[in-house]
Design a protein around this ligand. Structure first.
Ligand SMILES: Nc1ncnc2c1ncn2[C@@H]1O[C@H](COP(=O)(O)OP(=O)(O)OP(=O)(O)O)[C@@H](O)[C@H]1O
Ligand SMILES: [Mg+2]
Length: 612
């Protein structure tokens, strides 16, 4: 229950709706409770007429008119309350979903490395749907009912305290019996949700990579795995539901016995003359009203439990530790760039270039490993001067991409420091850091939408001329205008409608348009043929001439023109030097050079994955 009240508190701006819902429920209950009294009065009037002790047709008709008025008011108020309840639920849903997304966007990379996308989505769907559905039906149905019952009990007590006492006893007994089942029920529900999440996670992954699935003919295997998870949920539900309904039979019988006592009291007291017929009719109606929530209790508890499980899942994500980001005023911002959003790279660039003298990038004894695994990078130290072009060379899996992730502040270092412009990145707000880096990822990672939207992803305000200029420099303009729709062509999910080389060129243009002071190219041209690569390279060379660049490429021709090369072996820096220097030392670079230079050498090429 605490989780549900935390959820309500999260959306405290909805208080006018909360008030409307509660007011509606109170008025709804009041109009509902009026009805038994009018019927009591009518019954007494009818009995009086029949026994010749008074009573008139006019009064009875007026009472019927009163009933009509109450019923109409009940219907109208019920629907107004329902409207407020629906609105509250949908706004709550929107607020909770937004907060969830906002939270996810602030979680560290490490969280996403360990979750399946589909699982994240299915958890969001379930936790929010179940929480808001419960609150919606609570507002629209349960709350008016609970108020009605409370008032009915008070009225019954004024006629017969014993009756009220018997009725009141039902609720704790019934709730206790329900709670007995609830713990086991929740454990089973949790197991079912895990199975749903696994199935949902895999489902999204398979649909996202359907080509691979088709090519390996693994549809049946994927289907079996998926069905297996659902079979698990069926098996669990069998146990869960049988248990629940067994307990419900017990609860139902206990309830029936108590009501037997209640009716015996009402009937015998009336026969003994202590209640008029009207009072008997009134009490029977009130008792029936009080019974409704008891029979609804199973449903209420069931959906409340789902909501509690859902909101607990939701809050678990909300309580995840966020990406560390020191406040902008903690002296962590880049000079002249306090709390600048990611797009505002121009002042950042100016600020960075203004401070000559120290290296722009400096890895100092930096060590890092993923999760609890062993170190991938060990005491890495090297610097990149302003405007310098440095290439990273090393075997596949050697940690080159990892270095770029550290530069983006996606993971914290285990030891050592990484300085950007003389500042430890641990003290820099991640947004400022990332605004300094334009990156072309090893996997181009485009979004669905148009070419134009993808190009302008880092600078949504970029003008047409700038977009075309970036595309030209990445040698992408030619193929873009050839596409139906040109810059407005839709490229499909993750850019599936483009070739590998086309995607890379869009990714390069996207990074160029961001125009950040540090450019990182991770195998940026690996999918291009030699001719296209040369053309893209020319565009890049021009761009790199006044920009600090970190280049990763397996194809050595791509990095022949860099200022310095850093080679990595076993996660450590092996050598640092100019291409000419390293060509003669006999180290990794020289070895690669020899291998790539000779066809014969390729046969013995095991350690290095070379696309040449
Ligand atoms: N998110 C991750 N979680 C755990 N381990 C990872 C993760 N990403 C990479 N690794 C591991 O870290 C090591 C370095 O990977 P990295 O991607 O940095 O290599 P690389 O030098 O870029 O290789 P390549 O040339 O093939 O792109 C590898 O052993 C890899 O298995
Ligand atoms: Mg890599």
């Amino acid at each position: 229950m605490r989780s549900l009240s935390r959820i309500l508190a999260l959306a405290s701006q909805l208080w006018p709706l909360y008030v409307a819902v509660v007011t509606g429920a109170v008025l709804n209950a009041a109009t509902g409770l009026g009805v038994p009294f009018v019927i009591k009065a009518a019954t007494d009037e009818v009995v009086a007429a029949l026994t010749g002790t008074g009573g008139s047709v006019t009064t009875v008709v007026w009472l019927a008119v009163g009933l009509l008025g109450l019923d109409i008011a009940h219907t109208v108020i019920g629907n107004l309350g329902g409207y407020a309840g629906d609105l509250m639920a949908v706004r709550l849903r929107s607020i909770l979903s937004r907060r969830y997304f906002e939270k996810l966007l602030r979680l560290p990379q490490d969280y996403f490395d360990n979750q399946l996308t589909g699982t994240i989505i299915s958890r969001l769907q379930r936790s929010i749907t179940e929480t808001t559905t419960f609150l919606n039906s609570f507002a629209n149905n349960f709350l008016p009912l609970l108020i009605t019952v409370g008032a009915a009990l008070v009225i019954i007590a004024s006629y017969s305290p014993w009756l009220a006492l018997l009725l009141v006893a039902i609720y704790p007994v019934f709730t206790w019996l329900t709670m007995l089942t609830s713990r086991r029920w929740q454990v089973l529900e949790g197991q079912k949700n895990t199975a749903f999440d696994i199935a949902g996670g895999r489902f999204a992954e398979v649909v996202g990579q359907i080509r691979v699935v088709k090519s390996f003919g693994s549809q049946q295997r994927e289907l079996d795995h998926f069905t297996g998870q659902y079979d698990t949920t069926v098996a669990i539900t069998r146990v869960q539901s049988a248990f629940w309904h067994r307990m419900d039979v017990l609860r139902g019988i206990a309830l029936n016995v108590i009501f037997f006592g209640i009716y015996v009291i009402i009937f015998t007291t009336t026969v003994q003359g202590a209640f008029t017929i009207g009072v008997m009719v009134l009490l029977i109606q009130l008792v029936t009203m009080a019974r409704a929530p008891v029979t609804m209790m199973s449903y209420l508890v069931d959906s409340a439990q789902r909501a509690i499980t859902g909101s607990t899942d939701y809050l678990a994500v909300m309580d995840e530790v966020e990406e560390p980001s020191p406040p902008a005023d903690a002296g962590g911002s880049v000079p002249g760039q306090a709390a600048v959003p990611a797009q505002a790279t121009v002042p950042a660039q100016a600020a960075v270039r203004a401070q000559a003298g120290q290296p722009l990038l400096e890895f100092r004894q930096a060590s890092f490993g993923y999760g609890t695994g062993e170190d991938v990078l060990r005491e890495v130290s090297f610097t990149v001067a302003r405007g310098e072009r440095v290439a990273l060379v090393g075997e596949s899996g050697g940690g080159k991409t990892t270095l770029t992730s550290l530069l983006l502040g996606l993971y914290p270092l285990r030891a050592g420091t990484l300085l950007v412009d003389g500042r430890d990145i641990a003290d820099l707000p991640v947004e400022s850091l990332r605004s300094l880096v334009g990156i072309v990822f090893q996997d181009p990672s485009l979004f669905s939408g148009t070419i134009r939207e993808n190009l302008a992803y880092g600078r949504p305000d970029a003008g047409e001329a700038e977009i075309i200029d970036a595309a030209r420099r990445a040698h992408a303009h030619g193929f873009i205008i050839g596409l139906p729709g040109g810059y407005d062509a839709e490229i499909g999910e993750r850019g599936v409608k483009l070739s590998g080389g086309q995607k890379q060129r869009i990714a390069i243009a996207r990074a160029l348009l961001k125009d950040a002071p540090i450019l990182v190219l991770d195998e940026a041209t690996s999918s291009l043929d030699s001719k296209a690569e040369r053309l893209v390279q020319e565009g890049l060379d021009e761009l790199m001439s006044d920009r600090t660049t970190l280049i990763i490429a397996h194809r050595l021709a791509t990095i022949a023109g860099v200022d310095r090369i850093v080679t990595l072996a076993d996660g450590r820096v092996d050598e640092i030097g100019t291409p000419a220097e390293l060509a003669t030392t006999g180290g990794i670079y020289a070895e690669l050079l020899a291998l790539q230079g000779s066809r014969a050498g390729r046969k013995s090429l095991r350690r290095f994955e070379i696309v040449g």
